[in-house]
Design a protein around this ligand. Sequence first.
Ligand code: IPE
Ligand code: IPE
Ligand code: MG
Length: 246
Amino acid sequence: MDILNTINKDNLPKHLAIIMDGNGRWAKQKGMLRAFGHENGTKAVRTTVETCAKLGIENLTLYAFSTENWNRPKLEVDTLMKLLINSLKNELKTLTENNIKLNIIGNFEKLPASAQKELSQVISKTKDNNRMTLTLALSYGSREEIISAVKSISTKVKNNIISTDAIDESIINQHLYTQNLPDVDLLIRTSGEHRISNFLLWQIAYAELYFTEVLWPDFREKDLYEAIISYQKRERRFGKTSEQIK
Ligand code: IPE
Ligand code: IPE
Ligand code: MG
């Protein structure tokens, strides 16, 4: 594919995060139920995961289910949980073949026991893989993550394990669910929505944002390449002047 040759392999995002949105609207456009959109969304997940691993992206984080998504109709929540369990069963092979390690962020305890069990197994079976870390944000909310970090830091301060003065960015990073991940370099959101929806608020402080109209089940290699090419054309200044960067 020609477009692939225009990607600079030395300037890939170290951490790519994606808000996979638009499954419901995709199904509706086809006169189908929302569940059909979610099923087709899992195919786009597989393509994206494989493409990122082949490109050489070290960390991919996918927003799969938010703390707010628990408020959807029970039938839809149940469908999403079943799809998650089935995908984990089916994708273990893909993860193993591509040397991908599975990681999760979010409130694990809120997930159904069967999903927890399947996740634990895949995490344990892929723990030594080192080409790419695939993080699934499941039952994830950034505010909940920050609250949980504040609570554990407070307990440590109370027990004299850390002093208030020692609290810095690194201490906060270590207490977030994403403790072993670098900051997000590129955040993609599909489906034309321009919002963050409680995703990785701290971690995207300096991320480049990319929005596309494409609905998640239609997201293909080409769409990913376009996002990366857009990222590579940008000048990341981190507060400095353009002259300082050059
Ligand atoms: C994203 O698609 C999947 C989840 C949030 C679980 P949606 O289900 O939000 O689809 P739309 O936004 O209603 O089209
Ligand atoms: C964000 O999508 C969550 C996921 C993609 C898992 P939503 O569809 O739930 O977000 P809102 O409600 O449009 O903000
Ligand atoms: Mg949505």
